[in-house]
Design a protein around this ligand. Structure first.
Ligand code: SAH
Length: 323
C-alpha cells in the first residue's frame, strides 16, 4: 500500500491541489489509526491524562445533570475517548450516586479501531454496559449525556482566502500552500457544525446535556489556527503527514449558537473557571489527604497545569449545553 504522502501527492497530480479539509481529514484518520498519540512516550498529553480530577469533575457534572433531569434510563456518550481515561475516572467518581450506574449505559464513539480496543480494555470492570461504535449513528433513543474532550479540534476544517478555497499544492518535493493566494484566512469546520446540529437535535428530543472541552476561541476571528504536534513539539503541518497530530482551534461561538438556536441552555467558560466552580480544589484537598509528599506534589502540579491561566486554564474552553 502506498503511504499517505504518496496518495495525497497523487491526488494533487490529478486535481491540481487538495483543500485543507482533504489534507487534515486524511492526516487525522491515519494518525489516530496508526500512532501512539498520548502520554510522555507519545506526542501530546490531554487533560484526563494529566489529572484524574478532570474526569472526576466531569463525571460529577454529568451525574448532577442526570439527577436534575429526572434520573431516567440514559446514556453517557463519549466522543473520541482516547485511552478511555476520562470515562474511567468519571465512572469511578459517580459510583456512589444512587441509581446512576444502574440506569445508564456507556457508549464510546471512536473512529480508530486501535483506540476503541484500548478503551474497552480500560473500561473493562468499570461499568457492565459499555459499547463502542465508529460514528454517532445510531444514538440510543434516550436522554444522552455527551462528553467530548479534545474531539472537535480533530475534525477537518476548511480554510478560505478571499472567499476561495485555500489550496495545498506540491512544490520542491513537499506540500505547500499556494503562495499566490494572499489575504485574510478564514476557517470553518462544517463537520463540527453538522455534528453539533445532530447532538442538539437529540438533546431537544430526548433530553440530556453536553460538555465539550477544547483549545479554542469564544468569538469568531480570522487567521490560520492549524497546528501539528509531534513528540510534544510543534512542527510544520506538512512535515510528516499522518505521523503528527493535526488540530485547529474550535470556534465555540459557532457551536454555542447552534445549541442556542435549538432553544437549549448554553454556557461557555474557561477550563480554569469550570474546574474551579465544580469543586476541583476540594477534590484536590481530599486526594492529598491520603497521599505521600511525592504524590501530593504530582496531584497539585497536575491540577495547576489544567487550571493556571498561563497553562491550560484560559486557552481551553468548556461548552456546557443542557436540555
Ligand atoms: N478525549 C481523549 C482523546 C482526544 S484525541 C483525551 O482527552 O485524552 C481525539 C480523539 O478523537 C481520538 O480518540 C481520535 O481517535 C478520535 N477521533 C478523531 N476523529 C474522529 C471522528 N471523526 N470520529 C470519531 N472519533 C474521532
Amino acid at each position: 500500500m502506498t503511504n499517505l504522502r504518496d496518495r495525497l501527492k497523487a491526488r494533487i497530480d490529478a486535481e491540481g491541489f487538495i483543500s485543507v479539509a482533504d489534507y487534515m481529514q486524511a492526516c487525522v484518520q491515519t494518525y489516530y489509526a496508526t500512532q501512539q498519540p498520548f502520554g510522555v512516550q507519545g506526542d501530546f498529553t490531554t487533560a484526563p491524562e494529566i489529572s484524574q480530577i478532570f474526569g472526576e469533575i466531569i463525571g460529577a457534572w454529568v451525574a448532577h445533570a442526570w439527577l436534575t433531569s429526572g434520573m431516567s434510563q440514559a446514556a453517557m456518550v463519549e466522543l473520541g475517548g482516547g485511552r478511555g481515561t476520562l470515562m474511567k475516572d468519571a465512572l469511578r467518581a459517580t459510583q456512589t450516586v444512587s441509581q446512576f450506574h444502574e440506569r445508564i449505559q456507556v457508549v464510546m464513539v471512536e473512529s480508530s479501531v486501535a483506540l476503541a480496543k484500548l478503551q474497552r480494555e480500560t473500561l473493562a470492570g468499570a461499568h457492565p454496559r459499555v459499547s463502542s461504535q465508529t460514528g454517532i449513528d445510531p444514538l440510543p433513543p434516550c436522554p444522552c449525556f455527551f462528553i467530548a474532550n479534545e474531539f472537535f479540534d480533530a475534525l477537518p476544517i476548511e480554510q478560505t482566502v478571499q472567499a476561495e478555497v485555500r489550496k495545498i499544492i506540491w512544490e520542491h518535493e513537499s506540500f505547500a500552500f499556494n503562495a499566490a493566494q494572499t489575504g485574510t484566512i478564514r476557517e470553518r469546520c462544517p463537520p463540527a457544525e453538522t455534528l453539533m446540529q445532530r447532538l442538539c437535535a437529540h438533546l431537544k428530543t430526548y433530553g440530556g446535556a453536553l460538555l465539550a472541552a477544547d483549545y479554542g476561541h469564544t468569538k469568531t476571528r480570522s487567521g490560520d489556527t492549524l497546528q501539528a504536534v509531534k513528540n510534544h513539539r510543534y512542527i510544520d503541518i506538512f512535515a510528516c503527514p499522518g505521523e503528527a497530530d493535526i488540530t485547529a482551534h474550535v470556534n465555540f461561538e459557532t457551536l454555542a449558537a447552534i445549541a442556542t438556536n435549538q432553544g437549549l441552555t448554553v454556557e461557555v467558560l474557561t477550563q480554569g473557571a469550570f474546574l474551579q466552580r465544580h469543586g476541583a480544589k476540594l477534590r484536590l484537598a481530599a486526594l492529598c489527604k491520603h497521599a505521600d509528599q511525592a504524590q501530593q506534589d504530582q496531584i497539585v502540579q497536575g491540577l495547576e497545569r489544567l487550571m493556571a491561566p498561563e497553562q491550560m486554564g484560559e486557552l481551553f474552553k468548556v461548552l456546557l449545553v443542557v436540555a
